[in-house]
Design a binder for this molecule. Sequence first.
Ligand SMILES: [Zn+2]
Length: 406
Amino acid sequence: MKDFYDVHSHIINLSHPDFFSFVKRVNIGEYLFILSIPIIGPLISAFFYASAKKKIINSLSFMDNDISFALSILEKKDILPFFNERLKLENEEYDRIVITPLVIDFGQKYSVSNENIWYNMSPHKAVKYQVIDLFQGISEFYKENKVDKKVLIFPFLGLNPVNYQLEDEYDENGNIKLIGIKSLLDKYFKNFSKENISERKRLLFENMGNFHDIESLGNYAFCGIKLYPPLGFDPWPDDEKEREKVLYIYDYCNKKSIPLTTHIGVGGFQTINENKCKIFSSPLRWREILKMFPDLKVNFAHLNNKTFFKEIIFTVVENKNVYTDLAYSCFSEKEYENLEKRIRKYGLNIYDKLMNKILFGTDFSISLIKVPSYLSLLKNFLNTRAFYGVKNLLVNKNPERFLFSI
Ligand SMILES: [Zn+2]
């Protein structure tokens, strides 16, 4: 079986992100109150609003589904047509697509005070409910037959160390009140090791679709870990206690060869201020970490980045196990060509090295605010003239190495 990988997607519904950062993220604040009112004004703005309105309604219409429905829609409308005839990319033919939905930990208790309203506490959403919904949805999706499905789903665990202590916390009766980072990592990754990494894909596949409750969810439910600086995750915190937590995570992932994906760049679902976000979401924040753990597998997401393009490229090229992805990078065939030109400016040597480190990713369903469908995201990549001769590295070879080898 030959697999085509999309290493960066988010299968979430409208109940998972916190509403205010969601509105900001998909840029719909100003449209929220116009959807039901006829637009008056010059034709150009009417046209602009009509097209924006269509995209917004399309996104919301997809994201308003339960996860299992969302997956069925994706399979029927986007993935099966993609495989209508056997999917051929340059000289390779593909049998299935592997998606790795990245859970984002929205559990942060940040504070935005609004004195004018009664419920003026900042919203708080425990990541637990997103995990339950996702695994319940996956289980429903694979209920009938797993073996013949064209899509495999290997989620990444969203983890923000700020929301946890390192050790478990107990109540007065000695029961665990809050799970700590050490236990959380063991719950999901204890059986992962470098020695058995060749078995990992098979075990993830075997486990895929099995879900009873979050208590019994364990090893081989998740394939890797997602970190998200715009929600307050600092890769290299000054605070001693926070530093201890992240070091524990890096050491753990390094020993077991667990892949990490971290968001690069400002924007996204952002709750911290712009300056802080610029520092936390920069590849340069990883300098010391990569010195300490030169084998750590990290994907610096969003290569086609305004602020950190050069930093991503150099960190990727200089570090053995640092990758980057194409999520939220290109929304048309032409944009892939522009990206390739941008990379080629750094010379052939860098280009060649980079082609062994770029991972295909779509950022679906967030990218629905830019394109009409998952199918169009796949087709843009398939049909672009850019990356000619190396596309199979980006959708297969590199992702397999990032996910399933040391
Ligand atoms: Zn993303």
